[in-house]
Design a protein around this ligand. Structure first.
Ligand SMILES: O=C(O)C(=O)C[C@H](O)[C@H](O)COP(=O)(O)O
Length: 307
């Protein structure tokens, strides 16, 4: 398996209106792990999502949705608890309006055993996130276990969510995972304040490398990405401008999943990060986390134009 993602897919109810007034919602499927695995599969890499869904209509539809996007669903198993969901007020400016309905969900009941039953140890790239670790104590253990048992490259997206965790717990997971990580992809701002106490991307980069990650790609939205490696090299990769932004949800996951896919297919870090910025730019044109998934042709075209 080229890429294995561990985490919770969610039923997504999205609206372009504000969440406190909207009465019509678009039903789709999202969640950081699903968004990233769909993006990874779109790169042509083989990509599996390791998760649990509920024994309900939405769980079945989620598995079909993932399969329809080329994700290997053999490790999307049915478990106790319901399929997680969230409502999203789509917002071009990126100020998040999320309402979660995921407490006690099937995926939140995952643990280290789910990792052992999955292809994590044989994957070329294992993509883990702070959202997954924040779902429950057993998910926190699963993330740490996956990082420690992966023999391929570990990519870690801290994805701090104040509704799911606090800065100290999130920092603790980061400190455990970073020494195993080939790449950490913190957002700045976003992850930077709670996890590092600064919104200075250079400081965030140094902090990630200081925790033992071999490389870090600090994502700065329209400001691009600051990419640094343990040998001290630092490169600014500009963002690819998006003509019209529908919704920023999922751009970070499109970036992480695309980087994982390209790395697994043999690209170097700089190529992978450039591809990630292209996928993120394209994802801004769709509502929700998976509303617009970049094809490899589109990514090549955008990277070619930017070069
Ligand atoms: O918050 C969660 O737990 C979710 O999984 C819902 C969203 O789909 C992702 O959070 C989007 O993530 P970004 O790519 O950072 O915009």
């Amino acid at each position: 398996m080229d890429v294995v993602v561990l985490g919770e897919p969610l039923v997504e109810f999205s609206t372009a209106a504000s969440l406190d007034r909207a009465d019509l919602f678009h039903l789709s499927f999202s969640g950081d792990a699903l968004n990233a695995s769909v993006a990874a599969a779109a790169t042509g890499a083989s990509a599996a999502l390791v998760t649990r869904v509920g024994a309900d209509e939405f769980g079945e539809r989620l598995v079909r949705f993932a399969a329809g996007h080329g994700v290997d669903t053999r490790w999307m198993v049915t478990g106790e608890g319901s399929t997680g969901a969230y409502a999203l007020g789509a917002d071009p400016t990126g100020s998040r309006a999320f309402a979660y309905m995921r407490a006690g969900s099937a995926a939140s009941r995952m643990g280290p055993g789910d990792v052992d039953r999955s292809p994590v140890s044989q994957a070329g790239v294992v993509l883990l996130s702070g959202v997954t670790a924040a779902l429950s104590p057993s998910c926190d253990q699963a993330v740490r276990h996956a990082a420690a048992t992966a023999r391929g490259k570990v990519v870690y997206d801290p994805n701090f969510r104040s509704r799911l965790t606090g800065p100290e717990a999130a920092r603790d997971v980061l400190e455990a995972v970073a020494p195993h990580a080939a790449l950490v992809v913190p957002s700045c701002p976003g992850d930077s304040g709670p996890l590092f106490g600064t919104d200075d991307p250079q400081e965030v980069l140094r902090a990630c490398l200081g925790l033992g990650a071999r490389a870090a790609a600090v994502t700065m939205g329209a400001e691009g990405v600051l990419l640094g490696t343990e040998d001290g090299s630092v490169l600014h990769v500009p963002a690819i401008p998006a003509e019209s932004v529908v919704d920023q949800t999922g751009a970070g996951d499109a970036f992480a999943g695309t980087v994982a896919g390209w790395l697994a297919r043999g690209a170097d870090l700089v190529q992978a990060v450039r591809a990630g910025t292209a996928a993120a730019a394209i994802s801004l044109h769709g509502q929700g986390g998976t509303g617009r998934v970049a094809t490899t042709e589109e990514i090549h075209a955008l990277i070619g134009e930017a070069a």
